[in-house]
Design a binder for this molecule. Structure first.
Ligand code: FAD
Ligand code: MLT
Ligand code: ZN
Length: 471
């Protein structure tokens, strides 16, 4: 391995090859502190040519590479194994915006650009880059593409895949595939771009991308609404979809238990709705016409919802800071869970038609089997995406509880997901966390096709081995 390290110094300045334990440490543990690995080195290339040379070298030495962006992923995809033989390739130095094309409404940028910086830069040019998630201050575009991240704007603009037009990728052989094109139509054979998006660093290293931009809305209105049942939240979603159509840009659901936990750790973010109703929904409408138009529309829909007894309470944000406070309340649920201690995440999608049945049945089974358990259920209801997270009963040791019950809890919840024809990963991916469950969830044929793709593109298993699929 000394030879490999020596040859790396022919590619990168020594300061960008981290070898000391204290230098490597920040890259070795995931955001949730769920996985910790060891690495031979952490390398920090600054352009695609350097990435290609590093991959070529590692391929010759048969040394595995773990690509890493902001390290905010939830499935351990960016964490190396425990052997100390893998190299972490972090893309944070590749953070240039190459071009903002205002006529084509696209941005071409490098993989290490931080999402929030991209949002800010595009907004300075009068455009919206609609990808938005709680980790936007640290996650990177390459990581967003590699996980096909979702977030809070999916119901209007789609997930990261839907926002991407072109990619530049370093293959497992150390070649650079230049797919940097800003085309909205391109039917020239197999879609390589879509193969790399969502592949979590197992098929190639994304070094740059062309992403879609949208006009900035003139006005946005945010409201919090209380519902007594999950059926009512779905009826409300359908009402908004019918009346507001494409103006509906956010529809996030939070249960009472989720917001109790948020208030416990962040008292300034208490639910402003009286009595913290069983279900609180955060709704956002965005308009390109006028403030009055969207405000009036919002009020009319809320009136109809009150008349039809779909909602029990509503507060409309009167200014930007109130709207931000509503969003913070939603986004701090994850942070409150982290403060509370170890927890079990289930990032699932269920068709809206069976969501009510899923929640009723799963809640009932969980509470019966694990008395005192806290079901921190919230998520992007507009996409049928629940974060059905589990916190242990108050007073119990979270780590011990998870050790004793993790498998049983996952099995129970995922069997209900299968019953309802849902997915065990809506937006967070598979990584190492859900590797074992993927085969049975996908079925033999689909899983074998995935293995075939992995073997064809990465025959020496250099790129993020034992993540997503294991060959
Ligand atoms: P990393 O964590 O560094 O990597 C994730 C995976 O992508 C790994 O498998 C890694 O190997 C691979 N990878 C990274 N960069 C590249 C690259 N350039 N080329 C190839 N492979 C690469 N996710 C959502 O979808 N929706 C949410 O609403 C959401 N909210 C979150 C809120 C919080 C507070 C946190 C901490 C996370 C949240 N996430 C959410 C999860 C996470 O932010 C996303 O998965 C994000 O897309 C990961 O980006 P990253 O740059 O941190 O990637
Ligand atoms: C979010 O939507 O806030 C995150 O994806 C959810 C999580 O913490 O599970
Ligand atoms: Zn989410």
């Amino acid at each position: 391995m000394q030879k490999l390290i020596h040859e790396l110094t022919n590619i990168l300045d020594a300061q960008y090859i981290l070898l000391e334990d204290q230098d490597k440490a920040p890259y070795l543990t995931d955001w949730r502190k769920r996985f910790t690995g060891k690495a031979l080195a952490v390398v920090l290339p600054c352009n695609s040519a350097e990435v290609a040379q590093i991959v070529k070298l590692c391929s010759e030495f048969r040394v595995a590479i773990v690509p890493q962006g902001g390290n905010t992923g939830f499935c351990g995809g960016a964490t190396p194994d425990n052997t100390g033989t893998q190299i972490i390739l972090n893309l944070k130095r590749m953070n240039q915006i190459r071009e903002i094309d205002t006529l084509n409404q696209t941005i071409t940028l490098e993989a290490g650009c931080i999402l929030q910086t991209v949002q800010e830069k595009t907004s300075e040019h009068g455009f919206l880059f609609p990808l938005s998630l709680g980790a936007e201050g640290s996650c990177m575009i390459g990581g967003n593409l590699a996980t096909n991240a979702g977030g809070t704007n999916v119901l209007r603009y789609g997930n990261t895949r839907d926002l991407c037009l072109g990619l530049e990728v370093v293959t497992a052989q150390g070649e650079i595939w230049n797919g940097i094109k800003g085309l909205r139509k391109d039917n020239t054979g197999y879609d390589l771009r879509d193969l790399f998006i969502g592949s979590e660093g197992t098929l190639g290293i994304i070094t740059a991308a062309v992403m879609k931009l949208y006009p900035l809305p003139i006005s946005q209105w945010t409201t919090l609404v209380g519902c007594e049942s999950i059926a009512a939240t779905i009826a409300l979603l359908n009402l908004f979809q019918k009346r507001a159509t494409s103006l509906l840009t956010g529809f996030e659901m939070m249960t009472r238990e989720s917001l109790e936990l948020t208030e416990k750790h962040f008292p300034r973010l208490a639910n402003p709705l009286k009595g913290n109703p069983p279900f609180t929904v955060l709704i956002e409408l965005s308009d390109h016409e006028s403030e009055e138009h969207v405000r009036q529309l919002l009020e009319t829909i809320l009136e109809e919802a009150f008349e039809n007894r779909i909602i029990s309470d509503a507060v409309i944000a009167n200014n930007l800071s109130q709207a931000n406070a509503f969003w913070q309340m939603r986004e701090h649920i994850t942070l409150a869970q982290a403060e509370e201690g170890a927890n079990l995440k289930h990032d699932i999608t269920i068709p809206l038609s069976t969501l009510d049945s899923f929640i009723q049945k799963t809640d009932q089974l969980m509470r019966c089997k694990f008395p005192g358990i806290r079901i921190i259920n919230f998520g992007h209801l507009g996409d049928g995406n629940l974060h059905y997270n589990i916190a242990p009963p108050l007073g119990s040791d979270p780590k011990q509880f998870n050790e004793n019950h993790e498998k049983e809890i996952h099995d129970l919840i995922y069997s209900q997901v299968e019953r309802c024809k849902g997915s065990i990963s809506a937006e967070h991916g598979i990584g190492q966390l859900k590797l074992a469950g993927l085969r049975s969830h996908k079925g033999e044929v689909a899983h074998n096709l995935m293995l075939t793709i992995k073997k064809a593109l990465d025959p020496h298993n250099i790129l993020n081995p034992h993540k997503v699929v294991s060959i």
